[in-house]
Ligand binder design. Structure first.
Ligand code: SF4
Length: 207
C-alpha cells in the first residue's frame, strides 16, 4: 500500500489519546501528495469532525479566501493538522494530545518531503517542537518570520480562527500570504544564495 494511505489508515484507527472517545472521525491531511508547501493547522472543528475533511469550516473558508487572493493554488499544497481528532468543545488541544499525535505529523513530513512548512498557530508550533526538536516560542513572536532548517523552510502564520476572533489582524494575514506566494515561487526558481539575498532568513538547527 502507498505509505500515505497506510499512514491515513493508522490515523483513522488511532486510540492513542482520549480524544478518540469523543471524535466522530479522525481527520487526515489532504491535498497534493508531492507538495512544495504544507500547511499545518491546529485540530478539527465541528464540520471537520463531521466530514473527515480538514479546513471545511469558517477557518477553512478564510484560508481559501486569502490563498486565492494571493494566487496560491490550494490544489498544489497539502493541508494537515497538529491533532487529528476534535478537542473538547471550545478548547485547544492539550500538550499531551499534541505530543501523542505528533508522530503522525513526523511521518507525514517524511513521506511528503515539502520544502516549506506553514504552521498556523501555537498547537502546530508545539507539534513541530516534538518533531524537529525546536522551540519556536509563541506564534505572536514568530508570525511572518521565515526560518531555515537544513533544506526545509518554516514560515509560521496565525491560525485563521485567530483572525476571525480579531479581524484587525486580517490585512497583515492577507499580506503574509501574498509574501508567502512570492517566496514559494522564488524557492522554485532561485538558488539558496539568491534566496539569502532576497529574504531575511533566520537559520536554526534541530536537537
Ligand atoms: S488526536 Fe491523534 S493521537 Fe489522539 S486519538 Fe486522535 S489521531 Fe490518535
Amino acid at each position: 500500500m502507498d505509505p500515505l494511505q497506510e499512514l491515513n489508515r493508522e490515523i483513522q484507527s488511532c486510540k492513542r489519546c482520549d480524544l478518540f472517545f469523543s471524535r466522530r472521525r479522525a481527520v487526515c491531511g489532504t491535498g497534493d501528495p508531492k507538495p512544495q508547501l504544507m500547511i499545518i493547522g491546529e485540530a478539527p472543528g465541528a464540520r471537520e469532525d463531521e466530514t473527515g475533511i480538514p479546513f471545511v469550516g469558517r477557518s477553512g473558508r478564510l484560508l481559501r479566501e486569502v490563498m486565492g487572493m494571493a494566487g496560491l493554488d490550494i490544489n498544489t499544497v497539502y493541508i494537515s493538522n497538529a491533532v487529528r481528532c476534535r478537542p473538547k468543545i471550545g478548547k485547544s488541544p492539550r500538550i499531551s494530545e499534541i505530543r501523542k499525535c505528533s508522530n503522525f505529523l513526523r511521518s507525514e513530513i517524511s513521506i511528503l518531503n515539502p520544502q516549506i512548512l506553514v504552521p498556523m498557530g501555537n498547537s502546530p508550533l508545539r507539534s513541530l517542537r516534538s518533531v524537529l526538536g525546536i522551540d519556536f516560542g509563541p506564534i505572536s513572536e514568530v508570525e511572518g518570520i521565515i526560518f531555515s532548517l537544513g533544506n526545509i523552510f518554516i514560515a509560521p502564520q496565525y491560525h485563521p480562527a485567530a483572525i476571525l476572533r480579531n479581524p484587525k489582524r486580517y490585512e497583515r494575514f492577507k499580506d503574509n500570504f501574498s509574501r508567502l506566494r512570492e517566496f514559494v515561487d522564488d524557492v522554485r526558481r532561485m538558488d539558496s544564495g539568491e534566496i539569502e539575498k532576497n529574504y531575511r532568513i533566520r537559520h536554526i538547527s534541530g536537537a
